[in-house]
Write a protein that binds this ligand. Structure first.
Ligand code: NAP
Length: 237
């Protein structure tokens, strides 16, 4: 008989936190494979894209439910998971951290933010290297944080580091590079970079979350853990 499990779409601290609460339960975690050395999740884990919609449909055949604990900006994965779980009747719950509220100057997307950055700005991008194209070629000095080292890129200085970052680290980074403008997604969670920017008078620019894709959502780790326990009973129990 094929093994059945709750499919946990991971890649976030929230996914790690909820998985740590359900040892022994039948879950399969899934990582997109964006980082070279992902933190071990302590449960069976598959790594890499599903191969588009058809691949994800195939993965759902073995899933008793889907806990979507991807990053709030992993919009493609989430849209597909909500839609196909709905269509196939697979229970779905999305676990996200709350956003930061009204902090900073707000933009609907990266391009709008890039257009608004002041001339002569020295910019710290904490939106991931994937967002660089929107900011390049506009004459701003760009510092971009990423997890893994990467080849040099003209006009960009990489700042390599793995979260979480302490307040002192963030202050040191902003000071060392003379940052005038910090760009972040409204990811929520740790506020150290926001606090560092506030302490140094650095302007904060926030990209707003993608439109809500529907499907049930919670910010409550306990509720997500209960969902996992309900749909992935402990085989030892
Ligand atoms: P995305 O744009 O929504 O998805 C792009 C493609 O990546 C999907 O079509 C899928 O490939 C694959 N994918 C995404 N999440 C996956 C998962 N958990 N397991 C297997 N495949 C996955 O996602 P993204 O923004 O590139 O983010 C990729 C991953 O990085 C997510 O798991 C997310 O939690 C994590 N992450 C993202 C951000 C961010 O700012 N976007 C920040 C921190 C962490 P196929 O079409 O081949 O199935």
């Amino acid at each position: 008989m094929r093994s059945r499990h709750v499919l946990v779409l991971a890649g976030t601290a929230e996914a790690r936190a909820v998985l740590a609460r359900v040892p022994g339960h039948s879950v399969l975690a899934s990582l997109a494979g964006r980082t070279e050395k992902p933190v071990a999740l302590g449960v069976p884990t598959r790594i890499g894209g599903f191969g588009g919609e058809a691949g994800f449909r195939a993965a759902l055949a073995d899933a008793t439910a889907v806990l979507d604990a991807t990053h709030p900006f992993a919009a493609r994965m989430t849209e597909r998971a909500v839609r196909l779980c709905g269509e196939l009747g697979v229970p779905y719950l999305r676990l996200t951290r709350p956003g930061w509220g009204s902090v900073g100057l707000r933009y609907p997307d990266e391009r709008a933010c890039a257009r608004a950055l002041p001339e002569g700005a020295t910019v710290f991008l904490t939106t991931g290297p994937g967002s660089l194209p929107a900011f390049e070629g506009r004459g701003r000095a760009l510092f971009c944080r990423r997890v893994d080292p990467a080849p040099a890129r003209v006009g960009v200085t990489w700042i390599v580091g793995t979260p979480p970052f302490a307040l002192e680290q963030e202050i040191e980074t902003l000071e060392r590079h003379g940052i005038t403008d910090l760009v972040t997604k409204d990811s929520g969670g740790a506020r150290a970079k926001l606090d560092a920017a506030a302490a140094l008078g650095v302007a904060v620019h926030v990209i707003e979350r993608p439109l809500n894709p529907g499907g049930e959502e919670t910010h409550d780790i306990d509720r997500a853990a209960a969902f996992l326990r309900k749909h992935a009973p402990d085989p030892r129990a």
